[in-house]
Ligand binder design. Structure first.
Ligand code: ADP
Ligand code: MG
Length: 225
């Protein structure tokens, strides 16, 4: 109910791209694990949020007019103290303020995971297509992704993980630990449930999902209605 309300309000306000706060609230309503986060309107709030979350943190700009945050210098990772958080926020305010009202997502820094992508798009007459792949160059250069139509069953989610060409990377190479497949399978199924319940979503992506030997969490999300 909470997720539907968030989307319906955005619709009434004629906003097609949800804010970070709305996206994470919807993910949490569906039990999709996300890195600990809080929103801030200014540097002071961002520092207070970082103290609650615990260092190191990431600061990201949140602005309806900015789609790819890192391309715009709107993502500052691995911030170790309040001074670094304050500097990151003030620098983004000065440089990006002309794009419109800025808010800031303060998020736990989650290093060392395997970056995965889970995406979805509404296809006329078909419902939602759910996409899965590895992040970074694997998706951009190698286009190594697989698709299923929602609802995605457990077996289909398992097939998605084993269906990419680089599936071996999920099991770990050269002594690296493999990822928690069970956590990713559950995450994909919850994404599928969310899409089935909320057909007004046109596009959604979790990019990246950070997958670890123990658990997987989304650290970036977009929803377009
Ligand atoms: P965008 O996709 O809008 O450029 P992201 O939020 O995906 O912004 O951040 C860009 C990149 O920064 C991610 O792909 C990831 O490599 C890294 N990153 C973002 N958030 C975190 C985090 N909480 N912990 C670790 N790395 C992160
Ligand atoms: Mg991203």
């Amino acid at each position: 109910a909470r997720a539907r309300e968030v989307i319906e309000r955005a619709g009434r306000e004629e906003r097609s791209v949800l804010s970070a706060e709305e996206v994470y609230a919807i993910f949490e309503a569906y039990g999709i694990p996300v890195a600990p986060w809080a929103m801030a309107d200014d540097a002071g709030q961002a520092v207070a949020a970082a103290e609650r979350i615990g260092y190191p943190v990431v600061v990201k700009v949140d602005c309806a007019a900015i789609d790819h945050k890192s391309d715009m210098g709107g993502v500052a990772v691995n911030l170790a103290d309040g001074e670094a958080v304050r500097a990151a926020v003030e620098e983004m305010q000065a440089r990006l303020g002309s794009h419109g009202e800025l808010r800031f997502l303060v998020q736990k820094f989650m290093p060392g995971g395997r970056e995965l992508i889970v995406g979805a798009s509404a296809e006329r007459g078909l419902g939602h297509l759910v996409m899965f792949g590895l992040g970074g160059i694997y998706v951009e250069v190698l286009k190594d992704v697989v698709f299923k139509i929602a609802p995605v069953t457990r077996t289909e989610a398992e097939e998605m993980l084993s269906g990419i060409k680089t599936a071996a990377l999920l099991d770990g190479v050269r002594g690296e630990a493999g990822i928690d497949r069970e956590a990713v399978i559950t995450l994909i199924q919850r994404v599928s449930q969310l899409l089935t319940d909320l057909p007004m979503i046109r596009e959604m992506d979790l990019n990246p999902v950070m997958a670890f030997a123990d658990g997987a969490v989304a650290v970036d999300g977009r929803i377009r209605i």
